[in-house]
Design a protein around this ligand. Sequence first.
Ligand SMILES: [Ca+2]
Ligand SMILES: [Ca+2]
Ligand SMILES: [Ca+2]
Ligand SMILES: [Ca+2]
Ligand SMILES: [Zn+2]
Length: 372
Amino acid sequence: LEDEIDKEVKKFEVKPKGNLYIYIHEDESYLAYEVELNFLDPQPGRWKYFIDANSGDVINKYSMLHEITGTGTGVLGDSKSFEVTKVSNTNYTTKDTTRGKGIETYNARNRYTLPGTLGSDTDNNWTDGALVDAHAYAQTTYDYYKNAHNRNSYDNKGAKMISTVHYGSNYNNAFWNGVQMVYGDGDGSVFRPLSAGLDVVAHELTHAVTEKTANLIYQNESGALNESISDIFGAMIDNDDWLMGEDVYTPGTPGDALRSLEDPTVAGDPDHYSDRYTGPNDNGGVHINSGINNKAAYLLSEGGSHHGVTVTGIGRNDTAKIYYYALTNYLNPNSNFSAMRQAAIQSAIVLFGANSQQVESVKDAYDAIGVQ
Ligand SMILES: [Ca+2]
Ligand SMILES: [Ca+2]
Ligand SMILES: [Ca+2]
Ligand SMILES: [Ca+2]
Ligand SMILES: [Zn+2]
């Protein structure tokens, strides 16, 4: 068995015991022991073995773990379904083996140890909203990158997507730590559990995509582009608005958001290069100057006039294609805003042709934010 799972099983959940009977396999009958092995470490497993009572040979074996669909309720009270693993009739885990090398969601139980324990439920009707949302939205984000850009997880090699919820106590943040996603529960005043925001989940997982592609340095203009790329794909995946974090930010105040791509100034961020922040705070304004490129992406998609320049909108899908192509082909760790403009133009030429509306709109969008 240990060869099978390639790791050492330390503890069986149910003490293995053999039932002796006549077992028929491939038209042969054997006096055989049927043995069930049930364990959770190092990963959940449940195997059935049929062992020849005379020779001790393994006649047959198979895994009894089942990939099935779970149903649950998110933080906001919304019902959803998602892929889980059935370990037994009374044990289900937030482990999806249908996407890439898997999507696994853990529970830190208000401690700071990562990843914590794999999420579990006894009847596959899930009621831990933060766990439900983190797991379901990781799947949504995986599916977006696969379906829209044919990207298999953040590294395009199917990397396992690991998330942890209930990190720490009243923790008002979510982050990608280079290995996995981490979500706090919020303090209930500034934030509710952060995994309830599909755009938050998409934003953080996009940092992983950026790290594996352009790897934009998280400082100054390249850092602002890094943040902007995460906001842009946050808005492409949570595609019913151009706000970031509206579902999790200030539960007591409806209608506001952490940031707006449509109008970055509502959050105090610049929407034109001439208004850029040049001070030392926030790594040189990575969450501030992101507003400038966010505005270009918004104008490119939706159109509009800004600083006297009129942009014809090309829609979310073509906008997403251009930024994805630029991120994965042209941007590099030191790219600045001007390099972003050139990368977007070149991407639009490759994708849509040199004389396309898309190329014209990219040029107009960057003219409108004052980037040449
Ligand atoms: Ca339950
Ligand atoms: Ca939304
Ligand atoms: Ca949103
Ligand atoms: Ca709010
Ligand atoms: Zn970010």
